[in-house]
Design a protein around this ligand. Structure first.
Ligand SMILES: Nc1nc2c(ncn2[C@@H]2O[C@H](COP(=O)(O)OP(=O)(O)OP(=O)(O)O)[C@@H](O)[C@H]2O)c(=O)[nH]1
Length: 517
């Protein structure tokens, strides 16, 4: 009987250990899937907003370090706050858009000589259509109608001016305006699906025979821009709302799972203690038993009680396992839905080639704007051979600012440096944030020797900014590499030359300018 019961006890213990292992594997799997998803999600949100970027960077690094789930709560809460704040900004923008459309419409109402039909349409638009707007996209038809009415009003004015005056100043101005308009159309990058529309506009500008047709083209460009901006905004807003919801859901799921696991662990620890003390008591009582029959009944009774405890432990663990699987499946479903949305959003973003040419952090032109301008200047250099200096600038030991004073202090530093650089160059120079802590400057009409004093001044201007972090005065310096365009250069060879001058400046001690002619 004793042997049979011991075998039973051993079997139960074995089953319990297996059940526990299965539970741990399920939990680890759940944590892995969650972590992978969160990393993917946070990477795909990069670039939405600087504050969100910083929070997501912390979130990613916390995930990669494998921090406890409890530690994520404040991170997720602060991200949810940022997203809520973004939603509020979007609504404020929408209100501002509505106000400016109303203002534009009212201004137009004041114009004399507007045709009756246009006046009627305008009144209907302001009184009815504008108040029926629910989503950002609803603005597009309203803006299109408004710009149509504007277009007609302007054409009317142009016709009147032309017939009223004999001197043909507008015709004289036309080529200049056409040139400017074409530059504008070339500088903007549009959606793939409106490229045909844009091509027609560009052809119209080329063939234009006067100011009125140019006005027409200008209005058409504005229409395309408004359409692209509105689509982009609506899509971003929708994405942020669903991201916010899912983060909140994930947060409550994690909190619920953590609480549930804590309470199950407590119950199992208590049961384990109970089992342990029963085994100990059985041990000491068997030592004291004086006869086989006393020993037999003692072991029988104690084993019955022990079996009950083990059965209870198995029951709790299997309930926990089931709850975990259910929770895991629910989270999985939500993640799948969100992943589909993330993919749709990404696809839309890559389709929408209407790209911003400004860097979000420093508000300077970004790398993409620089590439366009650089290629354009190169093309011009091929034609007129005018002097052009290219400068690559890198902030020295910038990593240590981030490491010592935090990423936000690093961001602020980049903003201050960008402003100071912009202030220290000529209006005709072009500056862009090339990436990270690297800036580039194009200086038309300058060879490197001419540019040298101005660049030394630039270096000193940054060096003398009184940065202060955590009550400590910090001096920040920059290294610069400069070259000029040469006959036979390609954009790449010129850039490489400036970059190698920068490399020399870094290697020879930093805080200096190196030139390559
Ligand atoms: N705060 C902040 N840091 C950035 C940003 N972009 C890049 N960085 C950081 O800039 C640092 C650049 O470091 P490194 O390329 O190692 O160079 P460095 O520390 O500036 O040193 P040297 O260039 O060799 O003088 C990295 O730590 C990046 O994380 C940004 O937008 N904000």
């Amino acid at each position: 009987m004793v042997t049979k019961n011991s075998a039973l006890l051993e079997k139960k213990l074995d089953q319990t250990i297996k059940a526990r292992k299965a539970l741990e594997t399920a939990r680890k799997h759940q944590v892995d899937v969650l972590s992978n998803f969160a990393v993917k999600l946070s990477l795909s949100c990069k670039g939405q907003d600087v504050a969100l970027d910083n929070q997501l960077a912390k979130f990613r690094s916390a995930l990669q370090k494998g921090m406890d789930f409890e530690a994520f709560e404040p991170l997720i809460e602060s991200m949810s706050e940022t997203l809520k704040h973004q939603e509020a900004t979007n609504s404020a923008n929408s209100r501002a858009l509505q106000q400016s459309i109303t203002q534009a419409g009212k201004q137009l109402q004041k114009i004399k000589g507007l045709p009756d039909d246009g006046r009627r349409k305008l009144r209907f638009l302001l009184d009815n259509e504008l108040s029926n707007i629910n989503a950002a996209n609803d603005y597009i038809p309203v803006i299109e109608k408004l710009s149509d009415i504007y277009q007609k009003a302007l054409q009317l004015k142009v016709l009147k001016t032309q017939s009223a005056s004999d001197d043909d100043t507008s015709a004289l101005q036309a080529p200049e305006i056409a040139n400017e308009l074409m530059n504008l159309a070339n500088e903007l990058t549009f959606d793939e699906d409106v490229s045909q529309e844009v091509k027609v506009i560009k052809d119209d500008i080329n063939l234009s025979d006067g100011v009125d047709s140019l006005l027409n083209s200008a209005l058409n460009i504005i229409k395309v821009i408004v359409k692209s901006i509105s689509r982009e905004r609506q899509s971003a807003q929708g994405f942020l709302v669903s991201l916010n919801q899912t983060l909140e859901e994930l947060n409550s799921s994690i909190v619920a799972t953590t609480k549930h696991s804590q309470s199950v662990n407590k119950k199992i620890t208590n049961l384990n203690k109970q089992i342990e003390s029963k085994i100990q008591s059985l041990n000491s009582r068997t030592q004291k038993a004086t006869s086989i029959s006393e020993l037999k009944s003692l072991v029988d009774d104690e084993l019955k009680l022990l079996s009950q405890d083990l059965i209870e432990r198995e029951r709790i663990e299997s309930l926990d396992k089931q709850a975990l699987y259910e929770n895991f499946n629910k989270i999985n479903d939500r993640i799948n839905i969100l992943e589909t949305k993330v993919n749709t959003y990404k696809k839309r973003l890559s389709e929408q080639r209407f790209k911003s040419l400004l860097d979000g952090l420093t508000k300077l032109p970004n790398r993409s704007a620089f590439d366009d301008r650089f290629n354009q200047e190169f093309h011009l250099f091929g034609v007129n051979k005018g002097d052009m200096t290219l400068v690559v600038i890198d902030v020295d030991h910038f990593k240590s600012i981030n490491d010592k004073y935090g990423h936000s202090a690093g961001d602020k530093t980049l903003q201050v440096i960008a402003r100071a650089l912009k202030k220290s160059i000529r209006k005709t120079d072009f500056i862009a944030r090339y990436g990270g802590e690297e800036f580039v400057v194009l200086m038309p009409g300058m060879n490197v020797q001419h540019a040298k004093p101005a660049l030394e001044k630039l270096r000193n201007a940054i060096k003398s900014i009184p940065f202060k972090f955590k009550e400590t005065q910090v001096q920040i310096t920059i290294s610069l590499g400069a070259t000029q365009f040469k006959e036979g250069d390609t954009p790449l060879s010129a850039f490489d030359r400036a970059d190698s001058a920068l490399y020399e400046a870094k290697n020879s001690g930093r805080d200096r300018l190196c030139l390559r002619e």
